[in-house]
Design a protein around this ligand. Structure first.
Ligand SMILES: Cc1cc2nc3c(=O)[nH]c(=O)nc-3n(C[C@H](O)[C@H](O)[C@H](O)COP(=O)(O)OP(=O)(O)OC[C@H]3O[C@@H](n4cnc5c(N)ncnc54)[C@H](O)[C@@H]3O)c2cc1C
Length: 416
């Protein structure tokens, strides 16, 4: 059995850094290899919110299906929603692991990493701007309740919402709310990396371009400089580049690369300390109460080819348009930042993450396709991956089924 002294993690995004941190907590040292810098890609640019898990999976389905609603009868839509909840059960389970752990985990992480990650908890409102969407949200709320999820928020009528948000568009038709958590993405990822480093992890600059192997084990990682790094275990946490990194070992993991963008606006007055989401975008208060981040749903999130992460003027404008439609007063704000980057999704924009041992290689693991939830899933991904590696690839009984559902089986020979 490997000594696990040399767990090589490729990628210093939130996934790779969380895996290194959780390995370090178990006394297993690792080396992260990153070609840019810590959290330089999506992990430094996210809003970094942790949503209430059942609402995440259901509400996102609603956003993506709103355009087909008029074509479906009530019963057909109910079937579609039931099917979505069932298909996404493993993702909901994965979300729960981190969601329940986060408040305590943050305290330990900040102490170990020495950075204030700007952690907060606040209600997040999903606001309906039409009767049709209000009906849909109410039905979704009752579907969440009848699926057995009793925690979380409730339905609010337009008058109740107008009391909370006095400047909101008077046309709103009501909304539901759920609790969310938020961190500052760069600080959180850096804190994971720093905490891991203090416990023995090393972070190395370099671009991985291939692997050397013997039998069904990878023996070393090859860098663009020509250097070889000995490896007992290898974890691919390469985000949107996971198709590429897995292809060096045989089959390529099917991924879809999407681009997500947002703008940050500084307001003359504090914004209520709550998040707001409509089917056209979201407004999230930042910790200083003066700044909000807006997000556009225009083609959200854009499917891209050739890893094109350039920011678009159209996205900036439609984000502002969405916000001014919801809060006419926001016009008086100043855009202080426009940011965005690439996310890794399963084909067809499915939310199916992969987390587990490569089916063809005894000492290679893959943690990817965290789509628009890489932060919300980071604690669970780090914890389960560290546990899996510590147990030589054997899944613990309590999460055996979950890890089976997330296993990168598409990488099996003959499946590609
Ligand atoms: C605008 C925006 C808003 C978002 N909001 C949220 C949110 O509110 N909540 C949430 O949970 N998620 C959110 N996300 C999604 C989240 O940011 C991602 O899911 C997450 O950052 C993915 O992390 P990762 O570590 O898997 O990938 P990445 O952050 O992409 O990191 C992968 C790293 O691997 C490195 N790499 C790749 N190939 C190689 C190689 N060959 N050699 C060396 N290094 C390599 C890359 O340089 C990169 O640093 C948002 C994303 C965006 C863009």
């Amino acid at each position: 059995m490997a000594t696990k002294n040399e767990v090589i993690i490729v990628g210093a995004g939130v996934s790779g850094c969380s895996i290194a941190y959780h390995l370090a907590r178990r006394g297993i040292t690792s080396q992260i290899i990153e070609r840019e810098s810590i959290a330089n890609r999506a992990s430094g640019k996210a809003w970094a919110i942790w949503e209430y898990p059942p609402s995440v999976c259901l509400a996102l389905s609603l956003v993506s299906t709103e355009s087909v609603i008029p074509m479906l009868t009530g019963a057909e839509f109910e079937d579609l929603r039931a099917q979505m909840l069932e298909e996404r059960q493993s993702m909901i389970d994965l979300h729960w692991i981190g969601y329940h752990r986060l408040p305590e985990a943050i305290l330990e992480l900040q102490e170990r990493g020495g950075i204030d990650v700007k952690y907060r908890e606040f209600p997040f409102f999903r606001i309906a701007l039409s009767e049709e969407v209000a009906k849909l949200y109410k039905e979704s709320l009752s579907a969440i309740r009848s699926a057995g999820y009793e925690e979380g928020g409730d339905w609010l009528e337009p008058d109740e919402l107008k009391t909370i948000f006095p400047n909101i568009n008077p046309q709103i038709k009501g909304g539901m709310w759920f609790p969310v958590f938020k961190v500052e993405p760069y600080k959180y990822t850096l804190c994971l990396a720093q905490a891991a480093e203090k416990m023995g992890c090393t972070i190395r600059s370099g671009e991985v371009v291939g692997f050397n192997s013997k039998g069904t084990r990878v023996t070393s990682v090859v860098l663009a400089s020509g250097a070889k790094v000995e490896a007992d275990e290898v974890v691919l946490a390469t985000g949107p580049w996971t198709g590429q990194s897995t292809s060096w070992l045989g089959n390529e993991l099917p991924v879809e690369v999407h681009k997500e963008q947002c703008v940050r606006v500084e307001l003359p007055r504090p914004f209520p300390p709550y998040g707001i989401w409509t089917t056209r975008g979201a407004i999230i208060p930042e910790y200083d109460n003066k700044v909000v981040i807006l997000h556009s749903f225009e083609g959200w999130p854009d499917l891209v080819t050739n890893f094109d992460s350039s920011l678009t003027e159209q996205s900036r404008l439609s984000a502002i348009e969405m916000a001014t439609n919801l809060f006419p007063g926001i016009e008086k704000g100043t855009v202080v930042e426009h940011r965005g980057d690439l996310e890794c999704w399963a084909p067809g924009m499915e939310m199916q993450a992969v987390l587990g041992r490569h089916p063809e290689w005894d000492n290679v693991y893959v943690a990817s396709r965290f789509n628009t939830f890489g932060f919300a899933l980071s604690l669970a991904a780090g914890q389960l991956m560290a546990e899996l590696i510590a147990r030589g690839g054997q899944a613990p009984y309590r999460v055996k089924k979950l890890l089976e559902a997330l296993s990168p089986v598409e990488l099996k020979a003959g499946k590609g």
